[in-house]
Design a protein around this ligand. Structure first.
Ligand code: GLC
Length: 490
């Protein structure tokens, strides 16, 4: 990392007369990634920045887990102290420009130098209260006041609350429009009420906004106070008005529905590109899929599965948690394995699922392989080598894996929920780019899996549906235009 210098003068960052967007989030590829949020914050800002009318920045925590390859390129800009409740904590600011986007990193080793994961610590509330406030103070300190502050998920919800509730006395903050994007309403940032002042330092007038069910609820506060709420697919925007999907916030969502929009995420189609992907055994394109056959053969060898080009491989790449619909997989996997198929499972999560899928792989050696890991390299080898991609989520705000699978010619089987519903349409011989079922029901899922297997063996139909999956446009193009619209609306 560039050395910290204590200088009086802050190096100047060139800011143009363009419309300025600052994104806040807790992770962004390629710097730090644990889930879909990182993909979005790694690709949406880049895509917005392609529009030359925009000046785009992202502010992130400086986790120790960020690789030294990047850290060595960071430039130290400034440091100051940030109020965390009644205390003051050090914040350093580092900078790097990457693919047309300005990235600022907030340094505080006490909060962000941690072993293992980037979340899941007893003091996550405090860590992100610090980050949310430090981000606003960075904006003031560096004089990079944006036109739009685009906050993402509970970790940056407090920024909206601070800005709208405590910084609005400052004209420059007052004119900032805020967008709060819900990537997953399950994680709301809920903390005991006694943290309201001591830890977050919220002023008492904000209680009505922030309190929910006797707790501090950061996501609720941000939804109430932001100018625009967005979520990552149109279907999810509707679903979260219902208790089944809203994890308690349905009434808050309904009350704020007038400022709610659902915009489907895209993926970085340059990054996820079978023609250039370095992780693949062999590259291929939508026009010439011969390399995909090699990917399949090598994957089978790698995972100790018999090399059988005519046997469909069904892949699951997922966090092994219940909302991913794994109970349906658990209750039907043996029926599926009774067919001539191979199943590959890659993921990590709840111990119950890990044990179950390990056990199945052991019992069905040569038909099923389970790898308990989060592994980028292997995931690409599976996306490219498999034939079908199973994603039967109970709820799915957007979901990116079904788009990535499609891009590699691996046809998705999904439940019609959230972004899965908006991105994958049932194949009927004339249209559609995958296989879908509606109700959260194991038999319905089994039925479409069998239909997908039958289609796989019908060469013409398979070519047709696979081609439709490969040719669906999952780039950010259309969605970036929709963001452009909400950034520009006054
Ligand atoms: C969360 C959601 C997922 C979405 C991603 C990016 O991880 O669970 O559905 O694709 O955020 O928005």
């Amino acid at each position: 990392m560039a050395e910290k210098k204590k200088t009086g003068k802050i190096p100047e960052i060139k800011v143009s007369a363009k419309k300025k967007i600052v994104f806040l989030g807790s992770e962004a590829a390629p710097f730090i990634a644990t889930g879909g949020l990182a993909d979005v914050l790694g690709s949406l800002p880049k895509s917005i920045a392609k529009n030359k009318n925009y000046d785009v920045s992202v502010i992130l925590p400086l986790y120790s887990a960020i690789s030294t390859e990047f850290k060595s390129q960071f430039k130290f800009l400034t440091n100051f102290n940030v109020a965390v409740g009644w205390r003051w904590q050090y914040a350093g600011v580092f900078f790097m420009e990457h693919e047309g986007v300005k990235f600022y990193f907030i340094d505080n080793e006490y909060y962000f130098k941690r072993e293992g994961n980037i979340y899941g610590f007893y003091d996550d509330g405090e860590r992100f209260a610090f980050f949310s406030r430090a981000a606003l103070d960075t904006i003031a300190r560096l004089n990079i006041y944006p036109d739009v502050l685009h906050c993402n998920d509970w970790q940056t919800a407090a920024s909206v609350i601070f800005l709208k509730g405590m910084y609005y006395g400052d004209e420059k903050f007052k004119r900032i429009k805020t967008i709060f994007t819900i990537h997953n309403i399950e994680y709301q940032g809920i903390f005991p009420m006694d943290t309201f002042e001591s830890l977050f330092g919220f002023s008492s007038s904000l209680k009505n906004f922030v309190e929910f069910d006797g707790n501090v609820n950061l996501m609720k506060g941000a939804i109430e106070m932001t100018d625009i709420v967005s979520t990552v697919s149109p279907t999810y925007a509707e679903e979260i008005k219902n208790a089944y999907y809203a994890h308690g916030l349905q009434d808050i969502i309904k009350r704020n529905a007038w400022k709610l929009v659902g915009i489907l995420n895209g993926i970085d189609t340059d990054y996820y590109n079978p023609e250039t992907d370095k992780y693949l055994f062999k590259n291929y394109s939508a026009k010439d899929l011969s390399g995909k056959a090699v990917c399949k053969e090598e994957l089978q060898k790698l995972l100790g599965l018999p090399v059988k080009p005519e046997t469909p491989i069904i892949a699951v790449i997922s966090r092994l948690v219940s909302h991913k619909g794994l109970d349906l997989v658990r209750s039907t996997i043996e029926s599926v394995l009774a067919e001539d198929v191979q199943i590959v499972i890659l993921g990590k999560g709840e111990i119950g699922y890990e044990n179950f899928f390990n056990h199945i792989a052991y019992t069905y050696k040569g038909k099923c392989a389970t790898i308990i890991a989060y592994n980028q390299d292997l995931s690409r080898k599976i996306y490219s080598g498999a034939d079908l991609f199973l994603m039967p989520s109970k709820s799915e705000p957007c979901g990116l894996s079904q788009m990535i699978a499609s891009r590699y010619g691996t046809v998705p089987i999904v439940r019609e929920t959230g972004g899965l519903n908006d991105s994958i349409k049932a194949y009927d011989g004339k249209s559609g780019n995958g296989f879908t079922f509606k109700d959260y029901n194991a038999h319905d899922m089994l039925y479409v899996i069998n239909e997908a297997i039958r289609t796989y063996h019908d060469k013409d139909k398979w070519k047709d549906v696979q081609g439709r999956a490969l040719n669906t446009d999952f780039s950010w193009g259309a969605s970036a235009k929709e963001y452009d619209k909400i950034y520009s609306d006054k």
